[in-house]
Structures are given as C-alpha cells and as structure tokens.
Design a protein around this ligand. Structure first.
Ligand SMILES: *Cc1c(COP(=O)(O)O)cnc(C)c1O
Length: 327
C-alpha cells in the first residue's frame, strides 16, 4: 500500500515537473487576420471543403479565438476530443460541423449532438451506439493507430450507417488506399493535412489543414534585461562572444538555443537555462530591446530545424512559452 502510494506520488511529481510554464516575460502575439488569410488561400487553392484542425488548443494559438475567427471562413472544424470542442466554444454548439478525430466516447451521445460534433469510429459496437450522431468512419491506411483496419471497414460502415470516411494520410499511396477500401460506398472522403495540400489527388472532398493555417501567424518576443561585453568565457557552457545579452525565458518555458533577431539583425540564442537565456548581441544593443524568437521572417521551419524538432512541435512549444496576446 505504502509502496503504491509512493509510486503514485512519484508519478504525480514527474507529471508536474515536466509541465512547461508560461513566462510573464515572453510575449506570444497571435495574428488572427493571418490565420483567416491562410484559410481563405487554402480554400481558394483546393476548391473543396476546408475542415480547420483546432486540436491541442489550436496548436497553442487558442482554440476559442481561432474558432471564432474562422467560423465564417471554413466549412468545418476538427478537434481531438469532445472535451476540446466543449472548451473551444464555451460549452455552446460548435459554429460549424466538427469532427472529433480521437477515440470516441460512446456514452456521450447527447453531448455529441448538442455540441455539433461527430465522432470518429473504428469499432462496429461504437458505430452502432453512436449511429444517431452521424459517426465518421476512420480508416487505417498505415498509421496503425486510432482507425479501422481495411477488413473491418464494411462492418463499421454498416453499423454506423456512415456517410463520411477519412484517413490520416501522409503519402499519396495511402490516399489511394482509402479510395480503394471505401470507394464503392459513395461516401464523403478526406485524407490530406498540411503535408499533402499541394497534391491535387489528395484533396478528395475536403482537406484538414492544421499547421498550414497557423504558419506566419505567431510572433514570439522577449526583452533583453542585460547587455554586456563578454569577458572571457561565460555561462554554463563557457561560451565566448564579443557581446551578449540575457532575457527571461528558458527551458522551463520550452525554449531551446537557435536563431533569433535583435533590432532587425540576425542573432542567436547561445545558451538556455531554466528561466533565462543568453543571446549574442552587438555593441549598440541595449537592455529593453526586443528579441524576436519567432516571426518577422524567422519561420517555423527554420527554427524547427535548428531546434531539431518538427514544425508542429516548435509551434506548440513557442505558443506555450509566454502570455498570449491577440492582434
Ligand atoms: C492533426 C491532424 C491533421 C492536421 O495536420 P497538419 O499537419 O497540422 O495539417 C489532419 N488530420 C488528422 C487526422 C490529424 O490528427
């Protein structure tokens, strides 16, 4: 018993310590007009329904703000869970039909209906239970998680009387596999997220972009609190530099070393500590000057590469680093 309690306490403490915190000294500016413009551009490019993916708090940009901004621009939304749909619109029905991509909740029939959310299904039992919520068949074309293997699709389709099916495709052969598996049933089909937006044959009846909606819409900044001429070796890593500055924000806020901009010049976050970081500066940079960590031409892709993570992870981490402000 005591051992079990200790295990639970230890687990709770690791969960707690791995949780990143929002720094008060980092500003996350979110340009909703850019999100709207991105959505309109995608709509124009593909000419089919755009289902905006707002899962994970819209990748950190804020699901409720993004949902209101896009409500009259897109054809539908995708969340991960019913809970996210509830949070995204203050418990009111979603303003456009919404698909929950993750595991369904068979006991929540009423919640799906009142929130304007359709569940994804890949199990005949769940499909039948949720039939009145117009369940959408999730087809496994290779991800091997959260979706229906090809040989069970017919049973789920029948049980749920589905009129729509999708797969999470990352390649064109997987899009084709979706068509091969469910093609004969004349369903509304979708497969493409951001990575297949430039592939016409992946568009089908709708696209589900996430990242492509948010590119260029987030600007993350901090302020130098200190600027110095570097004397010999400094920091934890004994770095050398003609000059350096410090801002408040560190790995507890999800930050890593990489490129940044100061006073319009390319610079570099040299070293990241728990709640502060060193940056390279020029002799004329001053305390109070802005350090741009994302935006102003410093793209998600460039930073993601420098951080050694994907662009999705980069965006979520940086959006969570500080206080969000909408412009
Ligand atoms: C997250 C997700 C998307 C969106 O992916 P992006 O690469 O951000 O466009 C689309 N479909 C499913 C099933 C997803 O889980």
């Amino acid at each position: 018993m005591a051992g079990q309690r200790a295990d639970v306490a230890q687990f709770a403490s690791t969960v707690e310590s791995s949780r990143l915190t929002r720094s008060n000294d980092i500003l996350v500016q979110i340009d909703l007009a850019r999100v709207i413009a991105n959505a309109i551009a995608i709509r124009k490019q593909v000419g089919v329904d755009v289902l905006a993916v707002v899962k994970a708090d819209a990748y950190g940009l804020g699901a409720s703000q993004v949902v209101s901004a896009l409500a009259s621009v897109v054809d539908g939304f995708c969340v991960f869970s019913l809970r996210e749909a509830m949070d995204a619109n203050g418990g009111r029905p979603m303003p456009k039909p919404t698909l929950a991509l993750g595991p369904c909740e068979p006991a929540e029939l009423w919640a799906y209906k009142t929130l304007n959310v359709r569940p994804s299904v890949w199990d005949a039992g769940h499909a039948e239970t949720l039939r009145d919520c117009r369940p959408v068949l999730a087809v496994d074309t290779g991800m091997q998680r959260f979706a229906c293997p090809a040989d069970q699709c017919a049973a789920v389709f029948e049980a749920g009387q589905c009129d729509e099916a999708f797969t999470h495709a990352t390649t064109l052969p997987r899009v084709q596999l979706l068509r091969d598996i469910v093609g004969p049933w004349c369903l509304k089909l979708h497969a493409a997220g951001t990575s297949l937006l430039n592939e016409k044959s992946a568009w089908l009846d709708a696209v589900r972009p996430g990242l492509a909606l948010y590119r260029g819409a987030v600007r993350v900044t901090a302020r130098l609190i200190d600027c110095r001429k570097t004397m010999g070796q400094a920091g934890y890593t004994n770095f050398t530099s003609p000059h350096h500055g410090v801002f408040l924000g560190g790995y507890s806020n999800g930050l890593r070393a990489g490129p940044c901009l100061i006073n319009g010049r390319q610079s570099r976050v040299i070293e990241v500590g728990m709640q502060s970081a060193y940056v390279e500066t020029y002799a004329d940079d001053r305390a109070g000057d802005e350090v741009v960590l994302l935006g102003d031409g410093l793209s998600e892709e460039t930073l993601a590469q420098a951080w050694g993570v994907g662009a999705h992870e980069l965006l979520v981490r940086l959006c969570g680093a500080g206080q969000r402000k909408y412009i």
